[in-house]
Design a protein around this ligand. Structure first.
Ligand code: BES
Ligand code: MN
Ligand code: MN
Length: 458
C-alpha cells in the first residue's frame, strides 16, 4: 500500500493544484446576495469533485439560504466513521484594489497560491477531496467510512446548518468530526487546535438631532452623537484593557497549569507575531501573555464605525447619527446570549442623556475547548508526525467557528481541528494565500490519518 499511495501523491501534485485553482475561481461570497449564483455553482462543483474521486452518495441539499453538500462513502458498517465538515463560502474581497492579483484569478508566487478562499476554506476542503481520491484510486483503499458536510454559510454564522444537523442527526452519525479550517503555529509546525473563541457581535446606534446640523450654529448646544458614541466605547474597557461590563468575566475559566506549561514550550515569539501584524506594539489585557490573550481570554473590539462627514476637505457639520459594530470574542464558559444582554445593559448605562441609543445583536457563537484525551487526537498526531516529520503542537485558536459545539453535541462525538493555514495567510484580507508545500503535506496527513483512525478506533 505504502509505496503506491506515496507515488500517487507525488505523481499528481501538479494536477491537484490545477484542480484547486478551478475551485478557487468561483466567487462564492456568501455575505453579498449578488453572488448567489456563484455560491450555488460552487456547491455543484464540490459535489462533482466528490463524485469524480469515487464518493458514491453525493447530494446538494437546498436550504432557506445556500446549499449544503452532503456526501458519504460507507466501506464497512463496522468500521469507524469520520464526519468531515468544511465551508465553500468565502468572505468579500474588499478593498479589491489592495490585491496584487485578482482575488478570483488564482496566481502562484513564491510557492504560494493567492486567491480569496485559498486557505479559508476552499483550499482546505480540497485537501480532503484529494486525500480521498488518493486512497480510492490506489490499492491503499479507504479503511474508514467517511461522511462530508460542506456548507456555504459559515462566513455568515451558519444560519441554516443547525436545523439541517438536527434533522439529519441519524444519517450523519459518526465517531469523530474532522474540520480543517484553522491554522498552524508556523511553517513546518504541525498543529492541532484545541480551542476556539466564541463570538457576540453587536451594533450600537446613537441618534441625536433630527438631522445633521451646522456645527457652528448648533455645536456646543446639543449632544453630538459621534462624541456620545466615542465616550460609550471608551467606557467599555479600562486602563488595563479589561472589559468593564459587569459580570463579563464571571464564567471565564482560569488557565490551568497544564495549559501554561504547554504554552511555554511552543515555538512562538512575540517578535514574529508583531512582524506578522505590522503593528508598532503589542497590547492587551494586563497580566497575560499574547498567547494567553488570544487563546484563553475574552476581548472586545470595535470592528467599524460610521458617523458624520468623512469625505475630502472639511465640512463643518454636527452629525445626527453615529454607529459602531463591536465584537466580543468569548472563551469557555461564557454564554453568548448572556454576554449580549450584559453588553446591552452596560451600554445603556454608559449612554449620556440627550441622545437615543439602540443596541442590536448580530449572530453569535459559543466558545469551545477540546478534550484531547480521545484517541482521534492520537491518530491525528501520528499522521501529522509521519507527514511533517515532527510531533504536532497543541494550541488554542483565537478565531471562531460557531457551529463546532453543535457538532459535538449532536453526534456525541469529539471534534478534531486539523488545520493547515500558516501565519500571515491573510484570511478575510487582501492577498489571501495557501502555501503549496503545506497543501501537499496536508493531503498526505489526511490520507494517512484514516489508517491511524482505523488502528485506534476500529
Ligand atoms: N476559519 C475561520 C475561523 C478561524 C480563523 C479559526 C483562524 C481559527 C483561525 C472562519 O471561517 C471564520 O472566519 N470565522 C469567523 C466567524 C464567523 C461567524 C464569521 C470569525 O472567526 O470571525
Ligand atoms: Mn473558515
Ligand atoms: Mn472565515
Amino acid at each position: 500500500m505504502e509505496t503506491n499511495l506515496s507515488s500517487y501523491l507525488s505523481a499528481n501534485r501538479d494536477r491537484f493544484e490545477r484542480e484547486m485553482v478551478d475551485l478557487l475561481r468561483i466567487p462564492s461570497i456568501s455575505t453579498e446576495s449578488q453572488y448567489a449564483e456563484s455560491v450555488a455553482e460552487c456547491a455543484d462543483k464540490i459535489a462533482a469533485d466528490l463524485r469524480a474521486v469515487g464518493i458514491d452518495e453525493v447530494e446538494v441539499v437546498a436550504t432557506a439560504g445556500n446549499p449544503i453538500v452532503v456526501a458519504q462513502r460507507i466501506v464497512d458498517p463496522a468500521a469507524p466513521t469520520l464526519l468531515i465538515y468544511g465551508h465553500y463560502d468565502v468572505q468579500p474581497v474588499d478593498p479589491v484594489e489592495l490585491w496584487d492579483s485578482p482575488p478570483f484569478e488564482p496566481t502562484e508566487r513564491n510557492g504560494r497560491l493567492y486567491a480569496r478562499g485559498a486557505i479559508d476554506d476552499k483550499g482546505q476542503v480540497h485537501m480532503h477531496i484529494k486525500a480521498l481520491e488518493a486512497r480510492l484510486a490506489t490499492d491503499a483503499g479507504l479503511p474508514v467510512n467517511v461522511k462530508l458536510v460542506i456548507e456555504g454559510e459559515e462566513e455568515v454564522g451558519s444560519p441554516n446548518l443547525a436545523l439541517f444537523l438536527a434533522a439529519n442527526a441519524e444519517r450523519l452519525a459518526c465517531d469523530a468530526v474532522v474540520v480543517s479550517d484553522t491554522g498552524m503555529l508556523g511553517k513546518g509546525v504541525p498543529t492541532i487546535a484545541t480551542g476556539l473563541r466564541g463570538l457576540a457581535y453587536m451594533e450600537v446606534h446613537v441618534q441625536g438631532p433630527a438631522g445633521d446640523l451646522h456645527s457652528g450654529t448648533f455645536g456646543g448646544g446639543v449632544v453630538n452623537p459621534a462624541n456620545a458614541l466615542a465616550s460609550i466605547i471608551a467606557g467599555l474597557k479600562d486602563q488595563d484593557n479589561r472589559v468593564t461590563i459587569p459580570g463579563f468575566y464571571d464564567r471565564v475559566r482560569d488557565i490551568s497549569d497544564a495549559d501554561r506549561k504547554n504554552m511555554k514550550q511552543l515555538p512562538y515569539s512575540d517578535e514574529a507575531f508583531m512582524a506578522e501584524t505590522g503593528a508598532p506594539e503589542l497590547d492587551g489585557e494586563k497580566g497575560y501573555t499574547t498567547l494567553e490573550r488570544i487563546g484563553f481570554r475574552p476581548t472586545l473590539d470595535v470592528n467599524g464605525m460610521l458617523s458624520g462627514f468623512t469625505g475630502e476637505g472639511a465640512k463643518t457639520v454636527l452629525p445626527a447619527r453615529a454607529m459602531a459594530k463591536i465584537s466580543m470574542r468569548l472563551v469557555p464558559d461564557q454564554d453568548p446570549g448572556e454576554i449580549e444582554q450584559l453588553f446591552t445593559d452596560h451600554v445603556m448605562r454608559l449612554a449620556p442623556t440627550g441622545v437615543t441609543v439602540e443596541v442590536r445583536p448580530h449572530h453569535g457563537g459559543w466558545p469551545w475547548a477540546a478534550d484531547p484525551s480521545h484517541p482521534v487526537f492520537d491518530a491525528a498526531s501520528a499522521a501529522l508526525n509521519t507527514a511533517f516529520g515532527r510531533e504536532p503542537v497543541y494550541m488554542r485558536e483565537g478565531g471562531s467557528i460557531p457551529i463546532i459545539p453543535l457538532f459535538e453535541q449532536t453526534f456525541e462525538a469529539p471534534v478534531l481541528l486539523l488545520g493547515f493555514g500558516l501565519p500571515g495567510s491573510n484570511l478575510h484580507a487582501p492577498n489571501e494565500w495557501i502555501d503549496l508545500e503545506t497543501y501537499h503535506l496536508g493531503i498526505e496527513t489526511i490520507a494517512r490519518f484514516y489508517d491511524a483512525v482505523a488502528e485506534r478506533m476500529g
